[in-house]
Write a protein that binds this ligand. Sequence first.
Ligand SMILES: Cc1cc2nc3c(=O)[nH]c(=O)nc-3n(C[C@H](O)[C@H](O)[C@H](O)COP(=O)(O)OP(=O)(O)OC[C@H]3O[C@@H](n4cnc5c(N)ncnc54)[C@H](O)[C@@H]3O)c2cc1C
Length: 400
Amino acid sequence: MRIGIIGTGVAGSLFLERLRGDRRFSLQGFERVAEGAREQAGTGLNICPNALKALRLHHPAGHAALRAASLPWRRWWAGLADGTTLLDLDLLDVAEEEGVRLRWSDLYGLMRAPVADQTRYGRTLEALEEDAQGRLVPVFRCDDGTLAREGGFDLLVAGDGRYSKLRELTEGTPEPAFFGIGMTRLLVADEAGCPFDEYGQWFNGNNRLLAYRLPRGGVYIAGAFPLAAGMDFTPQMRTAEHARAMYLPKDAAPCPAVAWMVDKTCAHIADVHWARLQITPLSRSAADGRVLFLGDSAHAMVPTLGQGATQAIEDGVLAAAVFLAGGGVAEVAALRDPRVTFIREFSVEATDSMLPGADVAALTRAKGDAPFLEKLRRAYTDVPEAVVTSRPSERIASPG
Ligand SMILES: Cc1cc2nc3c(=O)[nH]c(=O)nc-3n(C[C@H](O)[C@H](O)[C@H](O)COP(=O)(O)OP(=O)(O)OC[C@H]3O[C@@H](n4cnc5c(N)ncnc54)[C@H](O)[C@@H]3O)c2cc1C
């Protein structure tokens, strides 16, 4: 079976790496960035314990490599901008192992290196054609401006992320839903004087700072504040004055962590990355089962619980496990879609305290109560050890 993987980010790389070496599959990855490119966009990220569990069970070498490139993430602290504690959770109370925090550039480097020899770089998917056998032929724009075709594929796997071109070409651009929240991300290289280490969230009203330290020095700071749905960031929002107004309490002194983060944000305001909190509808396949969506191309979600790349990791290794067990597109959907639907709904639910007018203290404290913790335990541990399919092993792709 000839499989083309469009986009070797998180999900695409893992899927390719897990299937390589199996003679039932002829695999080729395509990636728009140049070989060795190390994007800084996104700056830092935290990956949840469930992704580590998926790797531990299905890709132990990947698990070891991710642990080696990252710092452990064990504690989730949340409180007010004056330092009042609302939640202080030990992740090991609800998970089998710690999560991790690392740099985006390190994650991409880690994912892409093992599949570099099976990836053509500088190839941006632009169009789709069909060959005489009814197989899909991806058409790429190369870095030098020319178009390239690499023949027909029995299956194309979309690993090309939130703005997936493969999804757009096969079923149109998905309509995102916005939540009325603007988000900022910043990587601060100089951690001198930083008064915190692990994952923390500091609320000033419904405005929130989130931060943690990264490997090799550096601190990741993410901000969130109300931004009416349909509205874009104004020039006034992209200023130090706006950051101070959003995150410094009016009637109390900020705690040292908030004071440090606001200082750094103001000093590096030009480096801040801006995004709107949004979600796109879940879709797993298109073109009569000849296209499989993985990761963000299938189910871009709100980042509230840090489950975006986390689910892309689950998708990559578990979809590969399904194929190795003789299943195909339909079996991937059956295994993954109920799980992803639960995670997406839970992530939206957990956004409650950031919505304008919400009772931050009550809603944050409730995240330490049994109903929320039970869901968190399910999110962090409900990863299958074995993937069983009843399908004959020669039948991999499935229609519909
Ligand atoms: C503000 C914010 C914060 C986040 N923080 C976290 C976090 O802390 N933890 C977490 O788990 N997740 C986080 N995420 C989510 C995370 O970024 C994504 O869920 C994750 O990167 C999805 O992985 P993927 O493999 O599906 O796609 P990507 O990682 O986006 O990879 C897509 C790949 O496809 C390539 N590509 C794209 N288009 C084409 C094309 N036309 N042709 C060829 N190649 C192409 C790209 O170059 C890239 O290599 C955050 C997201 C946002 C917006």
